[in-house]
Design a protein around this ligand. Structure first.
Ligand code: XMP
Length: 308
């Protein structure tokens, strides 16, 4: 990357040249990439960029408020509550790829409606280098996207040549809070890839609570700065446990904490045992439906980072 301020100047010029007086939309997830792409593009287009945040009902605890608080004043920001639309379509679906497909489809439908309302002609995306390199590197840098109901948007990808560490540097240069810029990556389908098997509001809620505990304890330990991702998975396995004097048949939760540069490979490092034990005790004490917590020790490859 050029030095960050030169990169920003050049990117702003390029975006202005491409979009002119047109209107653009971006799907702002609150992740580092789309956040940096939004703030960078806003510098070029001002309110002609509409940043759309879709709540699909699979967000982490407090995420919707966090994103609202961070961006409401910085961007022309639209919050769309589409929880019911997503969860209705996902009802009864077990297969991970099917879940992803449905989430993608519903997302595009919701997004297309908003883009149409906004009369947008351009779609800004926070694509970064590993995204297209991992998908065989055959995505062209200049292309159009035809949405299912006929809207055609021209794609603008201002940070497509950058790697994550560079995106973070850029984010700081753009004045984003360092806590936001250093956040762990969070998958677009959210907790759907961390609940194995059918999604129900109750299971999503268990997974959300377990993830909040993991995040709290990892931050308390200061490991949020070195770990690439740290989260809890709600498996589809039920195991016997004992709470008080009563035998119970509850869920198995798996803790996943990895180091990585770009998610293409990942390693499980040695982790502080006290932290793991605290997380385990808290999850079983605070979430009545969970009877057992396990720690994943598999690297990528052969495992993937997410479970579903
Ligand atoms: P895996 O599980 O394939 O994940 O090792 C690699 C990285 O990608 C994230 N991930 C996703 N991100 N949509 C996303 O936006 C998805 O469907 C998805 N699946 C995995 C994962 O969190 C990790 O950072």
């Amino acid at each position: 990357m050029l030095n960050p301020s030169d990169f920003i100047k050049e990117a702003i010029e390029n975006i202005k040249e491409t979009v002119g007086d047109g209107k653009a939309v971006i799907a702002l997830s609150g992740g580092v990439d789309s956040s940096v792409a939004s703030v960078l593009t806003q510098k070029a287009l001002g309110d002609n960029l509409v940043a759309v945040f879709v709540d699909h009902g699979l967000l982490r605890e407090g995420e919707a408020d966090y994103v609202k608080d961070t961006f409401e004043k910085r961007l022309n920001f639209r919050f769309i509550n589409a929880k019911d639309e997503f969860l209705n379509r996902l009802n009864g679906i077990e297969d991970p790829e099917e879940k992803r497909k449905i989430i993608g489809e519903v997302f595009i439908n919701v997004f297309e409606r908003v883009a149409e309302e906004e009369n947008a002609k351009y779609l800004v995306q926070g694509t970064i280098a590993p995204d297209w390199i991992e998908s065989q590197g055959n995505i062209k840098s200049h292309h159009n996207l035809a949405l299912p109901h006929g809207l055609v948007l021209e794609i603008v990808e201002p940070i497509r040549e950058l790697y994550k560490d560079e995106v973070r540097i850029l984010g700081k240069e753009l004045g984003l809070p360092s806590e936001m810029v250093e956040r762990q990556p969070y998958p677009g389908p959210g907790l759907a890839v961390r609940v194995v098997g059918k999604l129900t509001p109750a299971k999503i809620d268990i997974c959300r609570k377990a993830n909040a505990i993991v995040e709290e304890e990892v931050k308390r330990e200061g490991l949020d700065e070195t770990l690439w991702q740290y989260f809890a998975v709600l498996t589809n396995t039920k195991v016997t446990g004992v709470k008080g004097d009563i035998r119970d048949f509850g869920y198995l939760v798996v803790l996943r904490m990895v180091e990585s540069m770009d998610a293409m490979t990942a390693d499980v490092p040695e982790l502080p045992w006290n932290m793991i034990k605290t997380i385990s005790s808290r999850i079983t004490a605070e979430i009545s439906e969970v009877t057992h917590v396990a720690l994943s020790v598999s690297d990528k490859p052969p495992s993937t980072i997410e479970f579903a």
